[in-house]
Design a protein around this ligand. Structure first.
Ligand SMILES: Nc1nc2c(ncn2[C@@H]2O[C@H](COP(=O)(O)OP(=O)(O)OP(=O)(O)O)[C@@H](O)[C@H]2O)c(=O)[nH]1
Ligand SMILES: [Mg+2]
Length: 209
């Protein structure tokens, strides 16, 4: 039996084949730079791991925790084959991380965005209640300079009522235009499984699934 609510797109079917590949502690230890990958970036606690779990329909694929700063490695997941990957980047902006460590990771992130040839697009996750903080914009500027396609998820959209979430979306869109950042944007909630199809469509196009 099929109906519109349980029909999933072909892109979603491929993305749901996600398997953990490896965790790289530094940019140099990433898997071979061949094929195509999409990276998920955002402040610590923005909801990256939860979004990856919701997107792939796997409860524990990317560990999500209530303790921010838990994901400190670059985590790679293969999507059907080793040449197609999803990447969970370490969260930034966690207050209690020592300055030196923060700087080290910022350098790693910039290097990854600028140097990684297989990187086909950046998904930036930002909490709908506090969207586009300083380092989010920094990431977007690096990605723009690297001519990388960008897509923003306003995460935890369930925290707002429908009208308020639409307003936040429009406001952030205007802000991005002001910053001259060419980026698409959508509402997302891992909790409500909202926005998964739209995200899969963007990734499917970037990865040529
Ligand atoms: N209400 C709500 N809470 C969410 C949602 N997504 C994530 N959270 C919560 O936000 C917190 C952080 O989620 P994670 O998915 O671990 O965030 P992360 O970006 O992977 O964090 P780091 O790995 O530390 O960088 C957890 O307590 C989640 O339960 C959502 O869609 N709605
Ligand atoms: Mg995480």
């Amino acid at each position: 039996m099929t109906n519109s609510t349980n029909t999933i797109s072909n892109y979603q079917k491929i993305i749901q084949q996600a398997k953990f590949q490896l965790s790289a502690p530094t940019f140099k230890l990433c898997p071979f730079d061949t094929g195509k990958e999409v990276a998920f970036a955002g402040r610590s606690n923005a909801g990256k791991s939860s979004a990856i779990n919701a997107l792939t329909n796997q409860k524990q694929l990317a560990r999500s925790s209530k303790t921010p700063g838990r994901t400190q490695m670059i985590n790679f997941f293969t999507l059907g084959n080793d040449e197609t990957r999803l990447v969970d980047l370490p969260g930034y902006g966690y207050a209690s991380v020592p300055e030196e460590m923060k700087r080290k990771w910022q350098i790693e992130l910039e290097e990854y965005l600028v140097e990684r040839k297989s990187l086909a697009g950046l998904v930036l996750l930002t909490d709908i209640r506090r969207p586009l903080q300083y380092f989010d914009e920094q990431m977007l500027h690096w990605a723009k300079d690297a001519e990388l396609p960008m897509h923003i998820l306003l995460t935890k959209a369930d925290k707002f009522k429908y009208g308020a979430s639409k307003n936040a979306l429009l406001k952030t869109q205007r802000e991005l235009k002001k910053l001259d950042l060419p980026v698409t944007i959508q509402l997302f909630s891992a909790l409500r499984k909202q926005g998964i199809e739209e995200l899969a469509e963007v990734m499917g196009n970037w990865l040529e699934l």
